[in-house]
Design a protein around this ligand. Structure first.
Ligand code: NAD
Length: 320
């Protein structure tokens, strides 16, 4: 990543619901200095850039915003890929795989041809596999290829736990890990409200808080996207904000902990699989993958999620 101290440039590939919710949130937050919008539908990217530029008079910063092409990725710090097809009502994320693979082949090659040497951030589903696809196609070091992973699921979990315990979600420390999808899991042994383990809170107030309610919360997190898609056809605000959070952690060199999708290289006994786990994010991307002290059953469930992702990868890509 360039570090001239002057410009923070983000290129967004895919100006649909997710890409533009992210772009709008970036603008509102003033989280970068320059934003380029790229889409196979150039007309759409142009219109979106015009629309955002018309808000500049009310924005925090004088951001440079334009529709562009892959050549504009040359000096970008982060290329965020939100292009591709999304889920239809009732459809799971894995079923998008083959269609989005073709989309990614048409994106990663020209980004590389531009000379881009920054960080790839992937939001397109199935996000863990699409992140692995970018890693394979780009040949970049794995710490510079990040998926949004379970960042959004973790935010959903913290929100629901905050409601349940009547505590600000910012003071709830709990993670969703594994696949961003049906096999994801919440290790309750690692969940805290403030400084108190959630299980201790349950043990202290069994008449008020129950394990069954926690399981229902975890289930609601996993099913959240299905419900939103049923109701309004797509999900985008939450992921837009999650992507801004990740980008700010990178630009700020924050060393913040977020559950992004990264390549596991022996952590949790898992090798060469991209999955969501808590990571320390800084200026160079993933600074460190954290290894949680999971209980045996939790570890089994987490590994099952990784095995599922690996199986799908091997069925679809390994030999290609
Ligand atoms: P969308 O259909 O609104 O937008 C997709 C955009 O990609 C369109 O503008 C389209 O023109 C563009 N596109 C398609 N093929 C392209 C190509 N070859 N090159 C460049 N651009 C191309 O879809 P959306 O609702 O924005 O969803 C985008 C993706 O994000 C989906 O895969 C969806 O499942 C995923 N998503 C991820 C999360 C997450 O938590 N990671 C959350 C919500 C949605």
């Amino acid at each position: 990543m360039k570090d001239n101290g002057f410009t923070k440039k983000v290129a967004i590939v895919g100006t649909g619901f997710v890409g533009m919710s992210f772009a709008y949130a970036l603008l509102c937050d003033g989280a970068c200095d320059e934003m380029v919008l790229i889409d196979i539908n150039r007309e759409k990217a142009l219109g979106e850039a015009m629309d955002l530029n018309h808000g500049l008079a009310f924005a925090k910063t004088n951001m440079k915003i334009a529709a562009g092409d892959y050549g504009d990725c040359a000096d970008a710090d982060i290329v965020v890929i939100c292009a591709g097809v999304s889920q239809k009502p009732g459809e799971d994320r894995i079923s998008l795989l083959q269609r989005n693979r073709a989309v990614f082949e048409s994106i990663v090659a020209p980004v590389l041809e531009s000379g881009f040497d920054g960080i790839f951030l992937v939001a397109t589903n199935p996000v863990d596999i699409m992140t692995r696809v970018v890693h394979r196609l780009s040949g970049f070091p794995s710490r510079k290829v990040i998926g949004s992973g379970t960042t959004l699921d973790t935010a959903r979990l913290r929100y629901l736990l905050g409601e349940y315990f009547t505590v600000d979600p910012k003071n709830v420390h709990a993670y969703v890990i594994g696949e961003h999808g049906d096999s994801e899991m919440t290790p309750w042994s690692q969940a805290l409200v403030g400084t108190k383990p959630i299980r201790e809170i349950l043990a202290g107030q069994p008449e008020k808080y129950t394990a069954a309610a926690l399981d229902e919360i975890a289930e609601n997190v996993t099913k959240a996207a299905y419900k939103i898609i049923q109701a309004k056809s797509a999900t985008y605000y939450g992921i837009g904000l999650a992507l801004v959070r990740i980008v700010k952690a990178i630009f700020g060199g924050e060393n913040s902990i977020l559950t992004v999708s990264v390549r596991l290289d022996g952590e949790y006994g898992v090798h060469d699989v991209f999955a969501g786990v808590p990571c320390i994010l800084g200026r160079e991307g993933v600074r460190e993958v954290l290894t949680l002290e999971l209980e045996k059953e939790e570890l089994t469930k987490f590994r099952a999620s990784c095995n599922l992702l690996d199986g799908i990868w091997k069925d679809s890509f390994a030999e290609k």
